[in-house]
Design a protein around this ligand. Structure first.
Ligand SMILES: [Fe+2]
Length: 298
């Protein structure tokens, strides 16, 4: 089994590269570290690549990169993918800080790029806007969340942190409660991308940034049950849902198998479980707005 350790960066296709660069640099708070004719690369203020933009006809999350253990052998990973019927190739696409990736498509058609070697393409960038700490997770809508969850666990080494009934899974590849999640829907598409803020005060500043820019908060602030993150959601210039969050549950010891004890946990200790939708969605906060639910086709 391949053991994915950490989410790296997301690649978005966009019909309007300039508008997306403007959103990511002046609202989201990332730094533009490289710009080509039809591609752009954005890093956090600490200098870690988290978003790649590529010009295309319509918006989509086309690729996600993941870090694997430093000793993972590319030929061996390729063999393990071949054994489950997946063709992969080693690519060097001149991505800042990422010299070599093993590229393949997951069963829902998203390109995954695995890497073991990387470097910070820069450091200590001054940023405008929110300025998140890192890329936290990416949620996808898929027709069969069970099947894709099984693939991510069996082939890529993810673990199930929680389910909401049988329609929404949360998977971890490191201490964070989830780095990917899958919600049932008729067509495959990204549901939302989430960036981590430092604390509640940072999240409050994020609300102020969105307010100043006249960008609606389409759900939140509130605290989820599953994962217990405090969240706000808005839509970017391509109508993609973007979450800022803080205080996500963490499992620091896999053998112990529970999330770090927190005052807001109902179960002591809090272990992975199947949630009832009402409790999983909100511990506190306002209900989802129609603009958050828009486009969902469960
Ligand atoms: Fe999320």
């Amino acid at each position: 089994m391949i053991k994915v350790r950490r989410i790296g960066h997301a690649t978005f296709e966009t019909p309007d590269l300039d508008k997306q660069i403007d959103y990511y640099t002046h609202v989201n708070g990332l730094a533009l570290i490289a710009r080509e004719k039809s591609r752009a690369f954005l890093a956090t203020k600490t200098g870690q690549l988290v978003v790649q933009l590529e010009r295309a006809d319509k918006p989509s999350c086309a690729k996600i990169s993941f870090e694997v253990a430093p000793n993972e052998d590319f030929a061996d990973m390729a063999r393990r993918l071949t054994a489950v019927g997946i063709k992969s190739e080693v690519r060097s696409d001149a991505i800042p800080g990422l010299p070599k990736v093993l590229s393949f498509k997951d069963p829902k058609g998203t390109t995954l790029e695995l890497y073991s070697e990387w470097s910070f393409p820069g450091r200590d960038y001054p940023v405008d806007g929110v300025g998140p700490l890192k890329l936290g997770h990416i949620a996808f809508q898929v027709p069969d969340p069970q099947a894709i969850t099984k693939f991510y666990c069996d082939v890529l080494g993810f673990r199930v942190s929680d389910w909401i009934q049988d329609f929404f899974s949360f998977l971890r590849c490191g201490p964070d409660h989830h780095s990917v999640n899958f919600i049932r829907g008729k067509i495959v598409r990204m549901h939302h991308i989430a960036f981590e803020c430092k604390d509640m005060s940072h999240l409050q500043s994020a609300c102020d940034v969105l307010g100043r820019k006249k960008i609606a908060i389409i759900w939140g602030p509130g605290r989820h049950g599953a994962g217990h993150n405090v969240f706000i959601y808005h839509r970017d210039t391509d109508d993609q849902i973007v979450e800022f969050y803080t205080e996500l549950d963490r499992m620091t010891d896999e053998e112990l198998g529970y999330f770090d004890p927190r005052p807001w946990h109902v179960d002591r200790p809090q272990r992975p479980k199947v949630w009832d939708p009402a409790a999983a969605g909100l511990v506190w906060g306002p209900p989802m707005t129609p603009d958050f639910i828009r486009g969902r086709d469960m």
